[in-house]
Design a binder for this molecule. Structure first.
Ligand SMILES: Nc1ncnc2c1ncn2[C@@H]1O[C@H](COP(=O)(O)OP(=O)(O)OP(=O)(O)O)[C@@H](O)[C@H]1O
Ligand SMILES: [Mg+2]
Length: 250
């Protein structure tokens, strides 16, 4: 359902003080596949290239090299079609505080050309699943971080995407709210969607991910079920895999 083949992405950044240009090789040759009904966990330290990879899958950024296919659609050649297939949650929550969740979802339904009644039904169903129905008609200006996150999640899933790409969906959430989000991801899995989720929360990975890939220095390590990864490295936790990778680099 999702197929990445030898993805590369380099950024050129300029140091404002010295005017020197620097190349940041954010993604160096990542290949992976995620099937229907599978949850893939993408791990890696800060700046490893997780968000960059997810943005490329969502069709929001072009790779310099490599191929990405989502349900057989090439996201570089047919980005609009790909975007219709993908529900993408980014780490910066784009909620308009003057709107209520219902109004925001209605607006996004219109943007995506959805039938108004279908969008309303699905939007309210998602708010229900996320335990936010009581706030459906409250302006979002006073919303907590977790409430905003839930609205962003509902927005990402409104168009019933077959592929779900969530960048750090539980960061900053309390354990109860995080569980609500994980339960929703389990529903996505049961419905046969392909899910890729990036996170720093290891217990979450162990709880819901079928397979895990660790991006380290731009390359992908692991790419196996969590338990298999622990056995392969001979460690008791995924944190220790990070430490081993860091040691190997030093
Ligand atoms: N638009 C951009 N322009 C320039 N550099 C970028 C851009 N996007 C990402 N980078 C750089 O690419 C590298 C990878 O960034 P990315 O956001 O993918 O990391 P990440 O794994 O998501 O990290 P985190 O865990 O902190 O979210 C970083 O060094 C970052 O500074
Ligand atoms: Mg990131």
């Amino acid at each position: 359902m999702i197929r990445l083949e030898d993805l590369h992405k380099t950024f050129l950044v300029k140091d404002k003080r010295t005017h020197a240009q620097r190349r940041i090789e954010a993604v160096r040759g990542i290949s992976l596949e995620v099937g229907p009904g599978e949850i893939y966990g993408l791990l890696g330290p800060n700046g490893a290239g997780k968000s960059t990879t997810l943005r490329m899958i969502a069709g929001l950024m072009r790779p310099d090299r490599g191929r990405i296919e989502v349900c057989g659609v090439d996201t570089v050649r047919r980005p609009e079609e790909a975007r219709a297939l993908v529900g993408y949650l980014s780490t910066d929550l784009g909620v308009y505080s003057r709107f209520t969740p219902r109004e925001l979802l209605r607006l996004f339904g219109e943007f995506q050309g959805l039938d108004a009644r279908v969008a309303e039904r699905r939007g309210m169903h998602l708010l229900e699943e996320l335990d936010l129905m009581d706030f459906a008609d409250v302006r979002m200006e006073g919303f907590s971080g977790g409430q905003k996150q839930k609205v962003s999640i509902a927005r990402a899933l409104l168009h019933d995407p077959r592929v779900v790409i969530f960048d750090e969906p539980t960061t900053g959430l309390d354990v109860l709210t995080a569980k609500t989000v994980l339960d929703l991801l389990r529903v996505m899995k049961a419905e046969g969607r392909a899910v890729v989720v990036s996170t720093h929360v290891m217990p979450m990975v162990e709880a819901i991910c079928d397979r895990v890939g660790i991006i380290f220095d731009g390359g992908l390590h692991g790419d196996a079920p969590p338990r298999e990864i622990l056995a392969r490295w001979g460690v008791g936790s995924l944190d220790e895999v990070f430490f081993k990778l860091a040691e190997a680099r030093a």
